[in-house]
Design a protein around this ligand. Structure first.
Ligand SMILES: [Zn+2]
Ligand SMILES: [Zn+2]
Length: 388
C-alpha cells in the first residue's frame, strides 16, 4: 500500500478544495461555510449518511464498506477552524478575510480527509464502517470535546479513532509519532493580587501590589526548577501583567496576571495546580497582600494508545516508508485528546517541509503532502477493516 495512485489523480481537485478553504478561513465554532462545503462534498461522494451540527458545527460522514461482517467502526478525524492572524504568505489564494487565517493547516487536514472520503466512497474496499469526523473549534474552543459530549462515539459505535496534524520541520512524505503522551495538557490561570494603593512617594503607607506580583512571578519559577521531578515535563508561564495604575506616581491597588501551565502527567498537573495556589498565597501573606488564583483546566494530555499507535505506524510505513516512531512529545495541546480519552486511537504528525511554524503569519500548508495524508487516512480504514 504505497501512496495510492488514485490520490495522484485526485490531487488537483483536493488542492482546489484546500485553497478554497484557505481563502475563506473561519474561527472556532463559526465554521458554517466550511462545514457546509464539507457536508455538500460528502453527499456528492455518495456517503451513506452525512450529519451536520454535531458538537454545534461539526460534520460526520459515514461510508459503509462492501461488506460488514466484522462489525468494526473506525473514526477518522480532521479539524476545520482557522486562527485570528493577519496572513503574510503572499499566495494568490490568501485569506479574503483580514485578521483570519488558516495558519495551522486545518485547511489541509480537512481537504485530505475529504480526499480519503471520496476514494473510500468510490472503492469501499473494506469490511466495516468508516466514520469521517470534521470538527470545529480545535484552536481553543474544545470542538472535539463538544462532539464527544454530543454522543458521537456511541451514536455511530466508533471503536477506534485516528487523527493527523501537519508539522513544519519534518520533510514532506515523512510521518512522526510516539506511543503514550504526544501532546501536553494545557491549563490556564488568573491571579489577582490585592494590596493597598496610594502615593508612590509614601510606599510605607501602601501595600505595593507590583512588588508582590513580581515576587510571585519569580517564586512560580521554582515549581518547574525546584518542585517537579526534572525527568517530568512541565511549563509554568506568566504571560500578562496588568495593574490598575496608569501613572508614574501611583502604586496600584490591584495587579492581575494570566498564564499557562503545560504538563504531560495527570499527577504533575494536580500538583502544579495546588502549588500555584500555595505559592501565591504564601508570598502574598508574607508581604501583607492577598492573592486569589483561578485555575482552569483546558485540553487534557493527548495520549496515543499502544496497539493503535502500532497500526498507525504500519500504515504510515506502507504509505511512505519514512516514520519516526519515537518523536519527542510537544508541549502544545490538542483537543483530539478528548476523542482519545473516549476511544483507543492515535494521533500522527505528517511532514510539512521547511516552512514557517504553525501559527506564524507566513505559514502555509504544503499541498505536496496531500497524497501522503489522504493515503494514510484511507489506509487506516482499509488496514483496520480488511476486505472480507
Ligand atoms: Zn493550531
Ligand atoms: Zn492545528
Amino acid at each position: 500500500m504505497p501512496v495510492k495512485n488514485r490520490f495522484a489523480e485526485l490531487l488537483p481537485e483536493i488542492t482546489a478544495w484546500r485553497r478554497d478553504f484557505h481563502e475563506h478561513p473561519e474561527l472556532l465554532f463559526d465554521v458554517h461555510r466550511t462545514a457546509g462545503k464539507v457536508a455538500e462534498l460528502l453527499r456528492s461522494f455518495g456517503c451513506d449518511e452525512v450529519v451536520e451540527g454535531i458538537g454545534r458545527t461539526g460534520v460526520v460522514g459515514v461510508i459503509k464498506g462492501k461488506t460488514d461482517t466484522s462489525g468494526r467502526v473506525i473514526g477518522l478525524r480532521a479539524d476545520m477552524d482557522a486562527l485570528p492572524i493577519i496572513e503574510q504568505t503572499g499566495v494568490d489564494y490568501a485569506s479574503k478575510t483580514p485578521g483570519k487565517m488558516h495558519a495551522c493547516g486545518h485547511d489541509g487536514h480537512t481537504a485530505m480527509l475529504l480526499g480519503a472520503a471520496k476514494y473510500l466512497a468510490e472503492t469501499r474496499n473494506f469490511d466495516g464502517t468508516t466514520v469521517l469526523i470534521f470538527q470545529p473549534a480545535e484552536e481553543g474552543g474544545g470542538g472535539g470535546r463538544e462532539m464527544v459530549n454530543d454522543g458521537m462515539m456511541d451514536r455511530w459505535g466508533i471503536q477506534e479513532v485516528y487523527g493527523m496534524h501537519n508539522m513544519p520541520g519534518i520533510p514532506v512524505g515523512q510521518f512522526a509519532i510516539r506511543p503514550g503522551a504526544i501532546m501536553a495538557a494545557a491549563d490556564q490561570f488568573d491571579i489577582t493580587v490585592t494590596g493597598k494603593g496610594g502615593h508612590a512617594a509614601k510606599p510605607h503607607d501602601c501595600i505595593d501590589t507590583t512588588v508582590v506580583a513580581a515576587q510571585i512571578i519569580v517564586a512560580l519559577q521554582t515549581i518547574a526548577s525546584r518542585n517537579v521531578d526534572p525527568m517530568k515535563q512541565v511549563v509554568v508561564s506568566v504571560c500578562t501583567v496588568q495593574t490598575d495604575s496608569t501613572a508614574h506616581n501611583v502604586i496600584p491597588q490591584v495587579v492581575k496576571m494570566k498564564g499557562t501551565v503545560r504538563t504531560m502527567d495527570p499527577a504533575v498537573q494536580d500538583f502544579v495546580e495546588r502549588r500555584i495556589s500555595e505559592v501565591c498565597a504564601g508570598v502574598a501573606t508574607a508581604l501583607g497582600a492577598k492573592a486569589e488564583v483561578n485555575y482552569q483546566r483546558g485540553y487534557p494530555v493527548t495520549i496515543n494508545s499502544d496497539t493503535e499507535t502500532e497500526h498507525a505506524i504500519n500504515v504510515a510505513n506502507a504509505v511512505s516508508g519514512k516514520v519516526d516512531t519515537n518523536t519527542a512529545p510537544l508541549m502544545g495541546a490538542e483537543d483530539f485528546s478528548f476523542m482519545l480519552n473516549a476511544r483507543p486511537g492515535a494521533y500522527i504528525f505528517l511532514g510539512n517541509g521547511d516552512t514557517a511554524m504553525v501559527h506564524h503569519p507566513a505559514y502555509n500548508f504544503d499541498d505536496n503532502a496531500i497524497p501522503f495524508g489522504s493515503s494514510w487516512y484511507a489506509g487506516m480504514a482499509e488496514a483496520r477493516m480488511p476486505a472480507a
